[in-house]
Design a protein around this ligand. Structure first.
Ligand code: NAD
Ligand code: UD1
Length: 330
């Protein structure tokens, strides 16, 4: 698993072990914390192999394969993920996210490795015509270099699916992963000032930030604030296990699934639920819209349910409780 020490990868590692898989992690640790490998090992009950390697380093990828005697499948998460940062340093994003995918596919093709599961994002839909999106909803205009890299990686997968008909690939389009492991031992560690809603809320509740600014309250939504589909990170992790099983057994060369709950919550609702379930204050102020935000988007998850047998299990209340437990443990 590339990017295996990050927020989502660390939860997937634990889920894989729970399902009897033996993960091998690759991460250059550029966006993760030194404490995470030990936490993964503790939850998994053994030392999960970790290769401190850049995913763009083909020789490094080969060394991992030689040392491990091959792998049965690949989950590819290694990427930079900040939308705002990608606007400031687009070339760094193109280089890291697209080159990592190119190098990985190159090695998978040359070594005839099969079964790829890729971390995509609902950002590929841009501003859709309908708020509930299915996998058939076409790609929209990519607002950010980050969004473009996800579209480009999916395009690379489609082209390789044509050139290498033996290969099986799945793309998972996550909506908004939130929360933390119920043990309180794993969670999100945003570096610097968080871009995303939940880390900003938890840091505000913890007193690290004075207040959270609600980006826009004049949208065409029930309470005027943006609506998103917030899905617990452990549910996202479980979806990868299902996708890995599916891709290993399926005859379909390339498939795509939305990974969300199918329900939307507004920014105000999220802040209110956080306050209520955690019995804690979070100061909030209404501010201007954030450029590039879509007013409302949520997943149609019928396909993941029917094909992968996956639906989200955790409620948004549980996700916000777990996020707060994690923040308090830091
Ligand atoms: P993260 O930043 O916590 O984890 C990414 C990991 O990849 C980090 O540990 C980082 O060190 C590593 N990495 C980055 N570039 C690398 C490279 N070239 N070689 C090796 N390792 C590298 O992010 P995350 O939230 O866990 O996201 C994982 C994936 O899911 C990313 O591809 C991201 O774009 C995608 N995604 C995330 C979200 C979200 O809200 N978190 C939503 C949609 C899609
Ligand atoms: C963004 C990206 C998405 C990426 C995801 C995880 C866009 C258009 N989408 O999703 O591609 O996969 O992050 O990195 O950028 N909000 C506030 N105040 C804050 C922070 C956020 O009101 O301080 C609001 C935002 O306006 C938005 C909602 O909270 O309506 C969720 O924001 P965020 O957590 O950043 O996720 P997205 O923008 O949905």
């Amino acid at each position: 698993m590339t990017g295996g020490v990050g927020y989502i990868g660390s939860h997937i590692a634990v889920a894989l072990v729970e399902h009897g898989y033996t993960p091998v992690l690759l991460d250059n640790l550029s966006r993760s914390d030194d404490s995470i490998p030990d936490r993964i090992n503790e939850l998994c009950g053994f030392n999960v192999p970790l290769y401190k390697t850049d995913c763009r380093d083909r020789d490094g990828l080969r060394k991992l394969l030689d040392a491990e005697g091959g792998v049965d499948g690949v989950i590819h998460l290694a990427a930079y993920k900040s939308v705002g940062e990608s606007v400031k340093i687009p070339l760094t994003y193109f280089d890291n996210n697209i080159s990592a995918m190119t190098a990985l596919l190159d090695i998978m093709v040359s070594e005839r490795l099969n079964n790829l599961v890729f971390s995509s994002s609902c950002t590929v839909y841009g501003v859709p015509d309908h708020r509930e999106v299915t996998e058939k909803t076409p790609f929209g205009n990519a607002f950010s270099p980050y969004g473009f890299t996800k579209q480009a990686c999916e395009r690379l997968m489609a082209d390789v699916a044509r050139s290498e008909p033996w290969m099986r690939q799945v793309s998972l389009r996550y909506f908004n992963p939130i929360g933390a492991h119920p043990s309180g031992k794993l969670g999100e560690l945003p570096g610097g000032v968080p871009d995303n809603l939940i880390p900003y809320v938890t840091q505000t509740a913890a007193g690290q930030r004075d207040h959270i600014t609600i980006f826009g309250s004049d949208y065409d939504t029930p309470d005027g604030t943006c609506v998103r589909d917030y899905v617990h990170v452990c549910d996202v992790a479980e979806a990868h296990v299902r996708a890995l099983n599916y891709v290993s057994e399926s005859d379909i060369a390339l498939d795509t699934f939305n990974i969300g709950t199918g329900r939307g919550h507004s920014v105000k609702e999220i802040i209110d639920i956080f306050r209520r379930v955690n019995k804690t204050e979070v100061r909030s102020e209404e501010g201007p819209r954030r450029p590039g935000d879509v007013d409302a988007i949520y997943a149609n998850v019928d396909k993941a349910s029917a094909t992968l047998g996956w639906t989200s299990k955790y409620t948004v209340e549980e996700a916000l409780k777990h996020a707060w437990e994690w923040q308090k443990s830091l």
